[in-house]
Design a protein. Structure first.
Ligand code: ZN
Length: 203
């Protein structure tokens, strides 16, 4: 399985990193080895002094598809989740400056947190989901999927032009503003509509 990630999907986050607003979605991949194993702490890798949390709404693909039309995209996922796209911001900045790929900064072991899954039937609309991240009990990121530049069904349509989507693939839909550095002993907890979907300890 693969993890397909969308960058720069919330205006306020684009502004906080002083990035250009994209005309097409920014897409990158993480391998399955990036998934943080259940109940394991996140270890800050020794090649970075500035690992940031990015809380993101996740989609789990339940049907194989390619060139999916946005109006049929809802048939390709049944579950919604929440996770973290850990990013070695210092390394990413160096790679970005040279126009190089981001994988070393985004796709290292443990860089993808995938919380518990929730049936999408539980929600009236996937385009109005509140979510947040608490660090040591304090809210640091708050988002609503209504503020996405590309909505979930548009993301599925877009990425499936390039990659065949397979059962079990996970899409990270981008982070809202409030990203920040993590430190040893931090506790990160993710909430989707007030339900806690993950709790991670940083080591
Ligand atoms: Zn991200």
């Amino acid at each position: 399985m693969k993890l397909i990630c969308i960058g720069r999907n919330y205006t306020e986050h684009i502004e906080e990193l002083a990035n250009e607003k994209p005309t097409d979605p920014v897409v990158f991949l993480k391998p399955d080895t990036a998934i943080l194993l259940k109940k394991q702490p996140f270890f800050i890798p020794d090649f970075s002094n500035d690992v940031h949390h990015e809380v993101e709404v996740l989609i789990k693909i339940c049907k194989v598809g390619k060139y999916i039309d946005a109006k049929f995209a809802h048939k390709y996922y049944n579950e919604i989740g929440l996770g973290i796209d850990f990013t070695a911001r210092d390394l990413q900045a160096k790679l970005k400056a040279k126009g190089l790929p981001w994988e070393k900064a985004k796709s290292f072991d443990g860089a993808a947190v995938i919380g518990s899954w929730v049936s999408k039937e539980k929600f009236t609309s996937v385009n109005e989901l509140n979510f947040s991240l608490e660090k040591n009990g304090k809210k640091v990121q708050v988002g609503n999927t209504a503020n996405m530049l590309w909505k979930i069904d548009e993301i599925i349509a877009y990425v499936s032009q390039y990659f065949t989507l397979k059962i079990g693939d996970v899409i990270f839909t981008g982070t809202p503003s409030g990203v920040g550095k993590v430190a040893i002993n931090d506790c990160l907890e993710g909430f989707l509509e007030n339900e806690k979907l993950f709790s991670i300890r940083v080591k």
